[in-house]
Design a protein around this ligand. Structure first.
Ligand code: ADP
Length: 163
């Protein structure tokens, strides 16, 4: 059987341990996982694309079954096709995640029925965890223990606690 390549797209602003958990579990299902930073040039982020890619590399770099990449202002489905990926991986935490993901998965199937979306349910202790929440916690000096890799916490603190 051909190598099963999957793509895990997201903003990763920043990558959290909730994301890392989805990545590790995806590797039990697929031969190769491309973690892809989806860049939308009209969307504001705290971390630059390079910072997000560097942090992902630092955390995941030692595993040769994972690669880190980005794509800008492009349909995910076209990017997936260009990488020969047959599967898109997404994580689910809440009912509101589900509603959004349901819509996206249907749209993507319509655009290319050869590519499937696989959903992975969050580990319960990461179900409250989002990049948005993390940024609030770090900005106001809260503890991110068990939410972020220390390298991510350091970079985020330097960015958000400047003043
Ligand atoms: P996006 O802007 O595409 O939603 P995110 O970086 O916020 O990008 O998330 C990427 C994917 O990871 C999404 O499918 C999201 O639902 C999932 N995800 C984010 N945080 C968690 C978590 N704590 N547990 C499981 N899945 C998560």
């Amino acid at each position: 059987m051909a190598n099963r390549i999957a793509i895990y797209p997201g903003s990763f602003d920043p990558v959290t341990l909730g994301h890392v958990n989805i990545i590790e579990r995806s590797l039990n299902m697929f031969d190769h996982l491309i973690v892809a930073v989806a860049v939308n040039s009209s969307k504001q982020t705290v971390l630059s694309v390079k910072e997000r890619l560097d942090l992902l590399e630092q955390i995941l770099g030692s595993n040769n079954r994972v690669s880190v990449d980005s794509f800008t202002d492009r349909l995910l489905i076209d990017y997936a096709k260009s990488k020969n990926a047959a599967v898109i991986v997404r994580g689910l935490r809440t009912v509101s995640d589900y509603e959004y993901e349901f819509q996206m998965a249907h749209a993507n199937r319509k655009l290319d029925p050869q590519i499937d979306t696989v959903f992975m349910m969050t580990e319960s202790h990461y179900s409250h965890l989002s990049s948005t929440l993390i940024k609030e916690i770090v900005r106001y000096g809260g503890s991110c223990e068990e939410m972020l890799d220390p390298s991510v916490e350091k970079v985020l603190k330097a960015k958000l606690q400047k003043s």
